[in-house]
Write a protein that binds this ligand. Structure first.
Ligand SMILES: O=C(CO)[C@H](O)[C@H](O)COP(=O)(O)O
Length: 239
């Protein structure tokens, strides 16, 4: 029996995520310290790295995980982990994204790990973003709200500030219906602005506000985008 169309499409997306992830892992050289992203695409990176270790390759590569979830996965697969304290500059970081525009600007944070993801990306010499073609967008905000990470202290004031900037604000909830809490103990406010004309200007307004810890606009950070789709795997660079 052939799979339902929905299942077939989901399988295709998963295959594309895996293909993009596996292409990115080809950039990892022996001895490197690698930032390990969060999410289902980044998990394929971790699995590929583990498979290569099983073949006796890249045994001296160490990872810096961007979330507890990624740390647990990497540890369960025997990948040695280290910290940004021990390695303040990373060779490369490989991570997924929720939305990517033609200038390779990103929205990230669907998995709630945006703060550590941005810290790790900014600490990396090279940032490789891996996506399936469904993440490509003509303009950021078209398909995805911007996650904004806020301190629990005063979070409603930040929600009002964000509404004042024109956002439809939804507090992210966890599985039990209580507020989703990030690895750093913060809340996430998902902010729908619609298609963003000037992401840099918005980022500046977000950075200016005390209580907003970080936001999911990753601007000027991508060194390389690896996108996989029905026509194969493509590598794009900014500019
Ligand atoms: O930013 C992220 C987590 O905070 C992820 O990279 C993003 O949500 C993409 O996830 P996936 O690969 O599962 O589609």
């Amino acid at each position: 029996m052939s799979p339902s169309p929905e299942k077939g499409a989901a399988n295709d997306i998963d295959r594309h995520k895996r293909e993009a992830a596996e292409r990115a892992v080809e950039s990892i050289q022996p001895g490197m310290v690698v930032g390990l992203g969060t999410g289902s695409t980044a998990a394929f990176v971790v699995h590929r790295l583990a498979a290569l270790r099983g073949e006796g390759k890249l045994l001296d590569v160490k990872g810096v995980p961007t979330s507890r979830r990624t740390a647990v996965l990497a540890e369960s697969l025997g990948i040695p982990l280290t910290t940004l304290e021990a390695h303040p500059v990373l060779d490369v970081c490989i991570d997924g994204a929720d939305e990517v525009d033609p200038e390779l600007r990103l929205i990230k944070g669907g998995g709630g790990a945006l703060l550590r993801e941005k810290i790790v990306a900014q600490a990396s010499r090279r940032v490789i973003i891996v996506v399936d073609e469904g993440k490509l967008s003509p303009r950021l905000g078209t398909r995805w709200a911007v996650p904004v990470e806020v301190l629990p202290f005063g979070w409603r004031s930040q929600a009002l500030y964000l509404e004042g900037l024109g956002a439809r604000v939804t507090q992210r909830l966890g599985p039990e219906g209580s507020p989703f809490v990030t690895d750093q103990g913060h809340f996430i406010l998902d902010c729908a602005w619609g298609a963003l004309e000037h992401p840099e200007a918005l980022a500046a307004r977000l950075q200016a506000r005390a209580g907003i810890v970080e936001h999911g606009l990753f601007l000027g950070l991508t060194s390389e985008l690896i996108v996989a789709g029905s026509r194969g795997v493509e590598v794009r660079r900014p500019g």
